[in-house]
Design a protein around this ligand. Structure first.
Ligand code: GTR
Length: 328
C-alpha cells in the first residue's frame, strides 16, 4: 500500500465502523439457514420472524437469513446447527429425521389423511410434544411450517400404477427412510442434495423426483419432468429448529421471544403457502406439464406396509403413529 493512501484507508475504516457499530456492538445476530430461494414462503417467514424478534427485543436480537443454500445443502446445515455453527435452521422433517426419530414418523408415507388432519396434529398437543422432544439431539424445536403433499414427477411416462414406476430412477432427499420408501414402490432411489436435482434431471442422471408444487416449479424441475402424478404419498412438513447451543445462551425472556415469534411466523407462512401452491400448479399446467390424477392409491399404500413394520419396531415411533392416526 502507498503511504499516501493511508489516511484515505483509515477514514474508510472509521466510516465503515461507524455504520456497522450500532448493529455489532448492541445487537446479537442469529444466522438462519434455508435451502429454498429468496422469495419462497419459508424464507419470507424467517424474515418476518426476524422483524418480530428485532421489534420485541428493542433491536437487541436480529436474524440474518441465508437462503438458496448459501450455508450449504440441507444435510450439512443440519449438522452445523447441531454443532452450534448455525443458530436457526428451517429444514424438512425427512432430513432432520436422520437425527430425531419423531421427525421420521412425520415423514412416513400416507400417515396423514389430509392437510387438515396434518395441521390439526401439528397445531395441537402432539405437535407441541414433538417440538419439545428435540433437545437430547442438540436442537430446540420452535415451529412447523406447511409443505403440502409431495408427489412423484418424471420425464419418461405418466405414472398411474406401481408397474409404471418400475425401473425409474427417482431422486429422494438424503434420508434412508425416503430411499426405502421409493424402493418399496419398485423404483430406484437416488439420494441427491436439493441443489443437484435440476442438473440431475437435465442430464438424465435421474428420471424424476418427488416434491410439492412450489418446489417442483420454483426450482424449474417442471421444465425437465413433464409428468406430475398426484401420488401425494407424503405430507412431510417443514420444521424450524434452533441450535441447543444458541438456545442455552438466551435468557428465559429471549427464549420466549424466539418461540412466540417462530409460532407467529408459521401462521404468517400458511397464507403465503396456499397462494404459491395454487400459482405453481397453474404455472406447471400452463407450461404443458401433464398432471396424472387417476391414480389408485391403494396399491401404493399397501406397498408401504413393510416400511411401517420397520419403523414400528421402535416403540415410541409406533405409539406416535397410532396417536396421530387417532386424531379426528
Ligand atoms: C422441499 C423442502 C426443502 C428440501 C426439498 C428437497 O419441499 O422445502 O427443505 O427438503 O424439498 O426435496 O430436498
Amino acid at each position: 500500500m502507498y503511504r499516501a493512501d493511508l489516511p484515505r484507508t483509515l477514514s474508510l475504516v472509521v466510516a465503515l465502523l461507524l455504520t456497522v457499530a450500532p448493529t455489532s456492538v448492541f445487537a446479537r445476530e442469529f444466522r438462519a439457514a434455508d435451502t429454498q430461494n429468496e422469495d419462497y414462503p419459508t424464507v419470507q417467514a424467517l424474515r418476518y420472524m426476524g422483524s418480530l424478534v428485532e421489534e420485541r427485543s428493542g433491536g437487541r436480537l436480529q436474524i440474518r437469513v441465508f437462503h438458496s443454500r448459501q450455508l450449504g445443502e440441507e444435510k450439512e446445515t443440519i449438522e452445523q446447527t447441531r454443532a452450534g455453527a448455525i443458530d436457526l435452521n428451517r429444514t424438512n422433517v425427512a432430513l432432520i429425521g436422520n437425527f430425531v426419530p419423531a421427525m421420521n414418523v412425520l415423514a412416513m408415507p400416507f400417515l396423514f389423511r389430509s392437510i387438515e388432519h396434518m395441521q390439526k396434529v401439528l397445531d395441537g398437543p402432539i405437535g407441541s410434544e414433538i417440538l419439545n422432544s428435540f433437545e437430547p439431539f442438540g436442537f430446540v424445536g420452535l415451529a412447523f411450517y406447511d409443505s403440502g403433499a409431495r408427489s412423484i414427477y418424471n420425464s419418461v411416462r405418466p405414472v398411474r400404477t406401481l408397474a409404471d414406476l418400475k425401473g425409474l430412477r427417482i431422486r429422494v432427499q438424503q434420508s434412508e427412510l425416503m430411499s426405502d420408501m421409493i424402493k418399496a414402490l419398485g423404483a430406484e432411489p437416488v439420494e441427491l442434495p436439493y441443489g443437484q436435482v435440476l442438473t440431475g434431471l437435465a442430464t438424465k442422471l435421474i428420471d424424476g423426483a418427488e416434491n410439492n408444487w412450489p418446489s417442483f416449479v420454483t426450482t424449474d424441475h417442471y421444465k425437465f419432468a413433464g409428468y406430475y402424478s398426484l401420488t401425494e404419498h407424503t405430507m412431510s412438513p417443514e420444521v424450524l429448529v434452533m441450535s441447543q447451543k444458541a438456545w442455552a445462551s438466551l435468557s428465559a425472556e429471549d427464549q420466549r421471544i424466539f418461540l412466540e415469534s417462530g409460532l407467529r411466523s408459521s401462521r404468517f407462512m400458511r397464507e403465503k403457502w396456499r397462494d404459491l401452491e395454487e400459482q405453481s400448479r397453474a404455472r406447471a399446467e400452463a407450461a404443458g406439464v401433464t398432471i396424472v390424477k387417476d391414480i389408485d392409491r391403494k396399491p401404493f399404500e399397501e406397498a408401504m406396509l413393510p416400511l411401517y413394520e420397520q419403523v414400528r419396531r421402535d416403540a415410541a415411533s409406533a405409539q406416535l403413529i397410532d396417536r396421530i392416526r387417532k386424531v379426528e
